[in-house]
Structure formats: C-alpha cells, structure tokens
Design a protein around this ligand. Structure first.
Ligand code: DC
Length: 207
C-alpha cells in the first residue's frame, strides 16, 4: 500500500503522514529530508547549491547517517534545499531511493511530487494545503518554541518564496495530482485532518 501525501511547506503533511503511518503500521518517509540533506552536504563543502555537478555529487553520496541528522531545518538549509530540488539531475538521483523505499514494504511518503512523479499509481493520494498565513503562523510558532528569533513578516515572505520556487520550477513542480483528495487544513486541527484522511483511505482501500 502506497499513500502519497503532497502539498506546500508547513501545510501539516508531516504530522498527518506520521499519524497515518503509525495507524496503518506502514513505514514513513519524509522525502524533503533527501533534498535537505543534499543541500547540507553542498553547504558544508562550501559549494553553491545551484551548481549542478556539486549538488548531484552530494545527492549521490547520501547515506543513512545524512538522513538521521537533526540540523536540517534552519533557514539556510531550507533555501538551499529548494535550490537543489529544482535540479532535474538531483531529482533523478533521488528517485530510485524513494521508489525502492515504497516498494519494499509499502509506505506513507510525503513531499511535493509523490503522487505525480514518484508513485503515480499510489493507492491513495492526498494533497494537503492551507492558506499562506496559516502555514506561516505555524512555522513562526515552531521557531518561537525552539527559541529562534524571527519575525512573522519574515516567515510569511519565506513561505511565499518557497511556494513560488516549488510551484514554478520546470522539474517536477508542486501540483495536485488529478486523482488526489484535497485536504485544506487552514481551519482544521491535526486530529480533524487525520480523521478526514482516514475516511479517504477507507473509501479508496479496504483498510
Ligand atoms: O518538505 P520540506 O520543506 O522538508 O522540503 C524541502 C525542500 O525540498 C522544499 O523546497 C521542497 C523540496 N522537495 C521537493 O522538491 N520534492 C519533494 N518530494 C520533497 C521536497
């Protein structure tokens, strides 16, 4: 069973995907981590995230340890992740890993192109979104909780910029698959979104 969850940054995909994976006893893959870890390697080597060869080499060199890192969510890595994610060769290099992960035991995967490119025949496709303001406010609260000093206006601008980059890039842009179910979490709490997702999963499968 493959459950594909796509949507823009801070829409609640990760929280929802983890809950679904636990409930259905499926492995979970946050595919954003692959782009973040690639970006981190490039930055740490003092290279440019727009440099195709550097980014490709970093993607090809990823190992299990890279994916366990807990320092991949800062602003610089987020920006660089968006840059390396726009490089077709990087996306191609990460494709087999994602397919292999899902095909081994089934999985819940979240990202931007899971239902459109990675698993176009996924059993269930959810497109999780929310207004820019709602998503920026959630990110802002996460930063505050971690004690990071950022302004709300800055976070809104950052969410806008990443949306724009993810939606308009030529390679695998963020878009809703034709057969995905839309879940708008603007005024939904995590439990309501989870209940809605389970309804969709039950409707599409026998679980
Ligand atoms: O979901 P996230 O914020 O951790 O993703 C980090 C970056 O990687 C973001 O700019 C979008 C990109 N990404 C992607 O292009 N395709 C995916 N399947 C997952 C993430």
């Amino acid at each position: 069973m493959i459950i594909a969850i796509d949507g823009p940054a801070a829409a609640g995909k990760g929280t929802l995907a983890k809950r679904i994976a636990t409930a259905l006893n499926l492995p979970y893959l946050d595919t954003g981590i692959l782009y973040r870890a690639t970006a981190k390697r490039v930055l740490e080597a003092g290279q440019d995230p727009d440099d195709v060869q550097a980014a490709l080499a970093a993607a090809q060199a990823l190992g299990a340890e890279d994916l366990k890192r807990t320092d991949l969510r800062d602003a610089a890595t987020s920006k660089a992740a968006s840059q390396v994610a726009s490089i077709p060769q990087v996306r191609q290099a990460l494709l087999d890993f994602q397919r292999h992960f899902g095909n081994s035991h089934g999985a819940v995967l979240d990202g931007r192109d899971i239902g459109t490119i990675i698993f176009p025949h996924a059993d269930v496709k959810l497109f999780v979104t929310a207004s820019v303001e709602a998503r920026a406010e959630r990110r802002y609260k996460e930063f505050l909780a971690k004690g990071e000093a950022v302004g709300l206006a800055e976070v809104i601008a950052d969410v806008h910029a990443r949306d724009e980059a993810d939606r308009t890039r030529a390679a695998a842009p963020l878009m809703m698959a034709m057969d995905a179910e839309l879940i708008d979490t603007t005024s939904m709490d995590a439990s309501t979104a989870f209940a809605r997702a389970l309804e969709v999963i039950r409707k599409k499968t026998s679980r």
